[in-house]
Design a protein around this ligand. Structure first.
Ligand SMILES: [Mg+2]
Length: 348
């Protein structure tokens, strides 16, 4: 089999999709994208695909190594996201060729369904509480919310009180056994992060995410030392080499490589294997979901997997949400907070 052509599409509001075609009539799909930089990644895909037309799509590892090691500059969000989309498409082709789901080609499924958490919006406590209640009514058993707007290095306690009120509103509307993750997007600094963590401890959170930026692993470790809430990070890290630093730091409990940003299935599986070595010493895997649809991300599992996230209904996509594009939105319906592991060929 040979790769004969490829096509990319920019799709509103912020997505890029790739189709790779072959002379066997089999095609494969991937999502090469960085939010807000879809055209940049699309161009990187063009530059990479130049040398792949005519190649055997089955040689996924060989192609991955060539794309990564064959040029002077490596890593980072643009190049690794372009590689991720290509890698996903090649796995899709392989799955379709053997008429098997991709997990079947990687050793087989480890579970029949996987728990997911759902993103919720809302700026005020009443809105957040209502959004969580709606998610719960829709079948979710866990949600993730924005922590706060940007904070100064030393900021007013009013912002902390407002955050606490929003989390409390979820507890009030959904009860004590409904899981909550709070994502700070690295918007706060160590002095405030320690206070925030202390104030949030009574709510028994599932995790706090990026309390500080993931490039400040020493500060992340200091926050972790001061709090009894699991810390999640890694959606802005792009390779084994980035995660090696995370594991060495001991700063993170839950890693979140994004399957559309961290080199695709091929690289994320290796990152997951690295996390496996840390299991028990503190590293669970929760595949990231900030890639547009997170179709593969939300539907992959690993033995040490916590939950993947889903951003269905996220405010960034208002007017063009993922489900608006699907012929059959049923594939993303949660039942008791779980989605089924796909059983069709490739990503289907
Ligand atoms: Mg995040």
């Amino acid at each position: 089999m040979k790769i004969t052509s490829y096509t990319t599409w920019i799709v509103p509001p912020r997505w890029c999709f790739l189709k790779i075609e072959t002379d066997a009539g089999i095609d494969g799909w991937g999502e090469p994208v960085v939010e807000g930089r879809a055209h940049t990644v699309q161009t990187a895909v063009d530059e990479m695909m130049d040398c792949l037309v005519g190649r055997d799509p089955a040689r996924i590892e060989d192609i991955w190594q060539e794309l990564y090691r064959g040029s002077f500059y490596r890593g980072g969000p643009i190049l690794m996201s372009a590689m991720a989309g290509i890698d996903q498409a090649l796995w899709d082709i392989k799955g379709k060729k053997f008429n098997a789901p991709i997990h079947e080609l990687m050793g087989g499924a480890c579970r029949d369904r996987i728990r997911v958490y759902q993103w919720i919006g809302g700026d005020r406590p009443v809105a957040v509480g209502e959004a969580a209640r709606q998610a719960k009514n829709g079948g979710a058993t866990a949600v993730k919310m924005n922590g706060t707007e940007e904070m100064q290095c030393i900021d007013t306690s009013r912002k902390i009180d407002e955050l606490v009120a929003r989390v409390a509103a979820i507890r009030e509307s959904c009860g004590p056994y409904f899981d909550i993750g709070v994502d700070f997007h690295g918007r706060i600094h160590k002095p405030m992060a320690r206070i925030v963590a202390r104030e949030l401890e009574p709510f028994n959170l599932m995790f706090i995410e990026e309390p500080v930026l993931s490039e400040h692993l020493d500060e992340m470790a200091a926050v972790r030392a001061h709090c009894n809430i699991p810390i999640a990070a890694g959606e802005r890290l792009f390779s084994r080499f980035d995660f090696k630093e995370v594991f060495a730091s001991g700063a993170v409990d839950i890693i979140q490589p994004d399957l559309s940003h961290a080199g695709g299935i091929t690289e994320c599986r290796k990152i997951a294997t690295m996390a496996r070595l840390r299991c028990g010493a503190g590293a669970a895997l929760s595949p990231g979901a900030d890639c547009p649809g997170s179709l593969p991300a939300g539907r992959r599992g690993k033995p040490q997997c916590l939950y993947p996230g889903t951003e269905l209904g996220i405010h960034y996509n208002q007017g063009s949400d993922l489900l608006d594009y699907l012929v059959d939105p049923e594939v993303f319906i949660y039942r008791d907070g779980f989605v089924e592991i796909p059983a069709g060929p490739g990503w289907a």
